[in-house]
Ligand binder design. Structure first.
Ligand code: C2E
Ligand code: MG
Ligand code: MG
Length: 746
């Protein structure tokens, strides 16, 4: 005889005590209302659905056995009855149906009550039931609870015929409830995770987009909305393909599984239309079976950081003053272009441009004006170039131009010509009108150099050649003219030249056309370089100006010229004027009058025999020029305006300056017989000068014809190879002795 389980025995005893009759089926009076039932069912919705899943699995495994499953809540109220229809209808006849509240007092010994009471699996087989009508059935009940809390959730009961009884059914039920509990726990955790996820998704300052495996957007947080300017409502449920630039990456991940990290995206915020820069990560979402089920995309707004970096990059690659690219940027772009050209065997051109006499603007009008001028020059340069060309400021008044697509010399020359024209247009700054010119050197890749360094060096050399040729022009580099090395040697040795007594002064006679006598000499410096031989001042004067050494050199020339002139006079030679060239720096310095005074005093030369040659450009600062020239004039020295016609100062000012002589530049004289307009200019200059009471000296007179013309126009003095080149002092001495000069070529 089998032994009844203790809980059944105890229950039966209780029922007996209550006076229940085992032969009378229970009446099951305790029922809940339909409404209450619906409420409870909905409360247990998740449990019911989980139980449903597992119960179905259980049915699968126990196909042969007719089973009825009863699910109750934690009060013993039946929420669901499912399974074998036969048993179900029998039970229904007895009133065992959804909404029934199991109680020991009604139902007698039953699994549901006992399982909830003892919190353990219960089986009541056949006559272990209190009521006789249940003696044909076997019932197995397992309570289930929330595994992470002690809360009892309900019971799961399997009923079958007593003949089908096997302990296996209970253990299977236990396994099933275990699985249900685990699943419930998992879901709860997931819910929490989901919640956390929600919090994360909403709290993060990153934009988050989640899609399903089809690429439909399932999540789009408020930062994604803020960063992109797309509204969540417009986005959710849509295909990510329409959400560019993210769509591309997400689609790619969904198709190939490829992840993306730190992808830099630039796009416009749809609402503000501002540019946004983001760093994007795209990760796959897998299910438990490692199947790809979607994409998780996260992006950070780095616009501010990017802007700062961009600004830094910009600053590192641009010149503050003109906003043009700087040397670093230029070299970078040049190298890029070189690489391309090497691969495709293309040719291109670069130009070096240097403003003529820019120092003068700085020295005379101040740096602020100089800065304004550079700004204007930058703008003008840009107008001469196409979009893809690059113009950069290398520093000071130097610019470089990369002509990306210029393949032929004509084209480069055309552009250089255009630039020169453009820069020649008058500048109006602070009420002043003045003019600027530029010298340009042009090189071609690969003809003039295969790398950036050589190309730039050669362009620089060509530019210097343009300067030597009288500025305001361009020169296309020719390899044979490479004097880069010489330039380097010059720079390093110029400093030592004075101390080493390498400078000497040559003198070029100036002849009065009426008397054909020497009335003056121009002091022209020469540099006897130990290695290079005689170096032309056209080469080293600009260098001396640049380095500031010109002040010292100029003073030395002035002293030497005055000393020499005094010496000639002391020797009893006919007295002549010695003219000394002043540099811009010397002239713009406040102490020029004092320097001249000192020199005259030291050498004992009568001021009337010293001439000072200034150029038009030195008078750009009109006020300074007027004062300085008046002071110099008061000393008794004579003033000549040198190279007249090449500068651009207004003729109007000439009368304001105390000028004795005007020297017509040799470029006009040279072409008198060739170019009628030059002849016209010369005659106009002469008559205008005369109107102002200024005498005229013509420079660079080389031919009899030139001389004739000049005489006709009433020019007073000439200077040029026709009479004599610049000569060392002792040769001048013999000329002065003869007093009247023979013409060289006549
Ligand atoms: P510049 O003051 O206009 O000097 C006249 C230049 O023309 C001299 O060149 C002279 O040799 C040259 N020349 C004279 N006659 C003829 C001729 O018939 N045909 C041609 N083609 N050229 C002729 P140089 O001596 O080479 O001087 C060049 C420039 O260097 C000078 O031009 C002057 O601006 C500057 N320079 C020379 N010495 C000094 C100096 O001591 N101080 C400063 N600041 N500049 C100087
Ligand atoms: Mg001169
Ligand atoms: Mg001159």
């Amino acid at each position: 005889m089998k032994k009844e389980p203790w809980y059944a025995a105890e229950s039966k005893l209780r029922c007996k005590r209550l006076g229940m009759d085992p032969a009378v089926p229970p009446s099951f009076s305790a029922r809940i209302s339909e409404e209450e039932l619906a409420k409870r069912r909905s409360k247990h919705e998740e449990i019911l659905s989980v139980v449903d899943v597992f119960v179905n699995r259980m049915f699968e495994q126990t196909k042969e056995i007719p089973l009825l499953i009863v699910i109750t809540d934690n009060t013993g109220c039946i929420l669901e009855v499912t399974g074998d229809e036969m048993i179900k209808s029998t039970m229904m006849k007895l009133g065992i149906n959804v909404g029934l509240q199991f109680k020991e007092e009604d139902a007698g010994t039953n699994g549901v009550t006992l399982a909830l009471q003892h919190r353990q699996p219960i089986q009541i087989i056949g006559d272990e039931h209190y009521h006789n009508f249940l003696h044909e059935s076997a019932c197995y009940t397992v309570p289930f609870q929330c595994p992470d809390s002690e809360e009892m959730l309900g019971t799961l009961t399997v009923m079958t015929a007593v003949t089908e009884h096997t302990p296996f059914l209970l253990s299977m039920l236990c396994t099933v409830t275990d699985a249900i509990e685990r699943e419930l726990l998992l879901r709860k955790k997931n819910r929490r995770l989901h919640l956390l996820n929600q919090i994360m998704v909403e709290a993060t300052t990153n934009g988050i987009i989640v899609t399903d495996k089809e690429g439909f957007i399932t999540e789009y947080n408020k930062f994604a909305q803020k960063i992109t300017g797309w509204k969540r409502e417009q986005i959710l449920g849509n295909s990510v393909q329409n959400l560019q630039p993210f769509g591309h990456y997400i689609k790619c991940l969904l198709q190939t599984g490829e992840r993306f990290e730190d992808i830099e995206l630039v796009f416009k915020n749809r609402e503000t239309q501002n540019d946004v820069v983001c760093l994007l990560d795209v990760h796959p979402i897998y299910d438990k079976k490692s199947k790809l089920v979607g994409a998780f995309c996260q992006f950070r707004d780095i616009t501010e950081r990017y802007k700062a970096k961009e600004r830094m990059d910009y600053m590192a690659h641009h010149d503050d003053l003109t906003e043009l690219p700087n040397r670093r940027f230029f070299v970078k772009k040049l190298n890029e272009r070189l690489k391309l050209a090497q691969e495709s065997k293309e040719t291109f051109s670069i130009m070096f441009l240097d403003l003529d006499r820019f120092k003068l603007i700085n020295d005379t009008l101040g740096h602020n004006t100089g800065d304004l001028v550079l700004g204007i020059v930058a703008k003008r340069l840009k107008t001469c170039l196409s979009e893809q060309d690059i113009v950069a400021r290398m520093g000071g008044d130097e610019f470089t131009i990369l002509l990306q697509e210029t393949v032929c010399m004509e084209e480069a020359e055309r552009i250089a010509g255009k630039i020169i024209e453009e820069l020649r247009k008058p500048l109006f700054i602070n009420g002043n009108e003045f003019y600027l010119t530029a010298s340009i050197g042009i090189v071609f890749y690969p003809h003039d150099g295969k790398n950036a360094e050589i190309l730039m060096k050669h362009a620089d050399i060509a530019m210097y050649q343009a300067k030597e040729r009288g500025k305001n022009s361009y020169v296309v580099y020719k390899p044979s003219q490479d004097n880069g090395m010489e330039q380097l040697i010059l720079e390093s040795s110029l400093r030592k030249a004075i101390g080493n007594n390498e400078f000497i002064v040559y003198y070029q006679p100036q002849i009065d056309l009426r008397t054909e006598r020497i009335v003056g000499v121009e002091a022209l410096i020469r540099w006897k370089h130990p290695q290079l031989g005689m170096v032309s001042p056209a080469k080293f004067i600009p260098l001396a100006e640049e380095t500031g050494m010109i002040t010292q050199i100029g003073e030395w020339v002035m002293k030497e010229a005055c000393r020499q002139n005094k010496k000639w006079q002391d020797m009893g030679l006919p007295p002549v004027r010695v003219s000394v060239n002043l540099s811009t720096r010397q002239f713009s310095k406040q102490d020029i009058t004092r320097v001249v005074t000192d020199v005259l005093q030291e050498t004992g030369l009568n001021p009337g025999y010293l001439g000072l040659e200034i150029t038009e450009s030195m008078t750009m600062n009109v006020e300074h020029a007027v004062h300085t020239l008046r002071d110099l004039k008061n000393l008794g020295v004579q003033i000549s305006m040198d190279d007249f016609g090449t500068g651009y100062s207004s003729l109007y000012y000439l009368k304001k300056f105390s000028i004795d002589h005007l020297k017509i530049d040799q470029s006009f004289v040279r072409d008198i017989m060739i170019d009628s307009s030059d002849a016209d200019i010369v005659s106009t200059i002469i008559s205008m000068a005369h109107n102002l009471g200024i005498k005229v000296i013509a420079e660079g007179v080389e031919t009899e014809e030139q001389l004739c013309y000049l005489k006709e126009q009433g020019c007073e003095e000439v200077q040029g190879y026709l009479y004599s080149p610049p000569l060392p002092a002792h040769e001048i001495e013999s000329l002065l002795r003869g007093a009247k000069l023979k013409k060289q070529y006549s």
